[in-house]
Design a protein around this ligand. Structure first.
Ligand SMILES: [Zn+2]
Length: 538
């Protein structure tokens, strides 16, 4: 064939092809739906008609894992964009004990800056100081300083753990309005001012949200403590707490995220940009009402709608993008409804298991001044008080371990020494031992002297007046989360075998040519190509 003819054919062929569906993304969007367990995803996925339906046409890992034992918000968010488990990120829990800290409150909050004079674990200055590793945004900015990193979330800890140490714009709910880090420069974006004004109005006069039709069959009242859950109640005007469990909370976060995406023209700069979005309301709904009632149904259909709005706004940029959606941890329902539905071992924690009470017994037995045990909660990291004399520490710790071990609600107790000697876990996270799960969120500098696992289905909330259900256990209902990758135009697939949330960072990094030195992270790149192609570096 004549050369000119061949060129013509090639040009015609090329112009007939669609635009490259898997071009290098210019916007990387990470959405974390707080407490969106793999179980909730499985239960509701057929009901989604919006964004969560569309994401299911991408690459679906329905059995993702927050692989570690401390399945809480802060550790979970610290894994999503760092490629690392909490043992490496240093974010071992939402709160832990630091007896060396020079203040009366020895509890530290994972997203506080403890160097700010006068701060405490409850009255704190928000910071990513405790996060020991770089995020995707941090790494991207080192590679291409013009990249922008935006993080918007309901919770401050979600916003900073997803964003990292050099966020350009970070916004989260303070309890009264959406705010940014103290010391942040620049004017407040108009979308934030506008959203704050709209939210104050909404809190004063909440809009009644009718129960969506698919949720009607889930509306069934359950008695717990002094109240009932399972059916939708109208919010009263002026109730700021009710805002956090209303559909308006995630909607406001979504409004700000979309507003910043548009106003900052993400994706059109010289380098890829990162937009992290933390939808926190699902967690508040889970804690306040449990996971299996009408409230959660309405909430998840709301998430479906917000994700649809985010995707639409991304489509409108006309830039190639990638979205990953996952959760910081899973969760389970309140024990009362679990009981009623056949989980006969579901129960609330025995109030005798609090570190204060066990510590008191130990103090009596050893002739010590209490407190002997310190902890942020009645399970997980338990610390031996510093004033227990060196000569007695081993014996007191051993006695404490025996007390926990002999309690019928305790599944296992590990010592810091045992975990320190273990290698970081490897292999499929669904097959890890309990000790390996604890090892994955163990930091020798920060973790407790004892690590306590309650038995499955034991809810560590004795008094259920305010919060009825929770998470934080090493059991799979708290560890399993969906991990969905979506690139418009790319062929998707579903893979039932597990991956870890720590795999998200290297997977995204590979799409934009960001190299991560071997040994710096725990995760592995996941191939998003369904066939012989490979999106990971070889
Ligand atoms: Zn929670």
């Amino acid at each position: 064939m004549k050369y000119s003819c061949l060129v013509l054919i090639l040009i015609l062929t090329a112009s007939a092809l669609p635009a490259d569906p898997v071009a290098q993304p210019r916007i990387i969007v990470a959405i974390s739906v707080d407490q969106f367990s793999a179980d909730l995803f499985a239960e509701y996925r057929a009901l989604f008609t919006g964004g969560l339906k569309r994401l299911q046409s991408g690459v679906v890992f329905a059995n993702g894992y927050q692989s570690h034992a401390a399945t809480e918000t802060c550790p979970g968010h610290s894994t999503i964009l760092t490629g690392s488990r909490p043992a490496r990120t240093g974010v071992i829990a939402n709160d832990w004990i630091d007896q060396s800290i020079d203040r009366a409150d020895k509890k530290v909050y994972c997203a506080e800056d403890p160097t700010v004079p006068g701060s405490s674990s409850t009255n704190y200055t928000v910071s990513a100081k405790f996060l020991k590793v770089p995020t995707l945004g941090d790494r991207l900015k080192t590679m291409s300083p013009q990249s922008r990193v935006i993080s918007v979330a309901g919770k401050d800890r979600a916003a900073v753990m997803l964003g990292g140490h050099s966020i350009d714009q970070v916004w989260y709910w303070s309890g009264a309005s959406f705010v940014t880090l103290s010391g942040a420069r620049g004017p407040t974006p108009s979308i934030v001012d506008g959203t704050n004004a709209a939210v104050s109005k909404l809190i004063a006069t909440p809009a009644a949200a009718p129960l969506p039709a698919p949720c009607q069959t889930r509306s069934m009242s359950v008695s717990v403590a002094d109240h009932e859950v399972g059916v939708i109640h109208a919010a009263k005007g002026g109730d700021v707490g009710a805002f956090k469990v209303s559909l308006a909370f995630d909607r406001a976060v979504t409004d700000i995220a979309i507003g910043l995406l548009r106003d900052l023209k993400l994706g059109v700069g010289p380098a890829p940009d990162v937009l992290a979005i933390g939808l926190s309301a699902t967690d508040y709904v889970g804690h306040t009402f449990g996971t299996e009632g009408a409230e959660m149904c309405a909430q998840l259909l709301g998430v479906d709608d917000n994700v649809a709005r985010i995707l639409k706004a991304l489509d409108e940029t006309r830039m190639p993008y990638v979205v990953v959606l996952t959760a910081d941890h899973g969760g389970t329902d309140l024990p009362e409804r679990n009981q009623a539905r056949g989980t006969v071992d579901a129960a609330r924690i025995d109030p005798a298991l609090t570190p204060g009470k066990l510590g008191q017994q130990l103090a009596g037995e050893f002739g010590l001044n209490s407190p002997v045990l310190l902890a942020a909660q009645p399970f997980g990291d338990i610390y031996l008080a510093r004033d227990v004399p060196d000569s007695m520490r081993a014996r007191v710790l051993d006695a404490a371990r025996k007390k926990y071990d002999s309690h019928p609600q305790v599944a296992a107790v590990f010592t810091a020494d045992e975990l320190r000697r273990m290698a970081a876990p490897a292999g499929p996270p669904d097959e890890w031992t309990l000790a390996e799960r604890f090892r994955a969120s163990f930091d020798p500098e920060r973790s407790g002297d004892l690590l306590v696992a309650l038995k499955p289905h034991i809810t560590p909330i004795a008094d259920a007046r305010y919060s009825v259900a929770t998470h934080g256990s090493p059991w799979n209902y708290d560890r399993r989360v969906p991990i969905l990758f979506y690139r418009p135009g790319a062929v998707g697939f579903e893979h039932p075998l597990p991956i870890e949330t720590a795999d998200i960072l290297p997977t995204l990094a590979a799409l934009i040519g960001l190299s991560i030195p071997a040994g710096e992270i725990d995760g592995h790149c996941v191939d998003l190509d369904p066939g012989p192609g490979n999106t990971c570096p070889r």
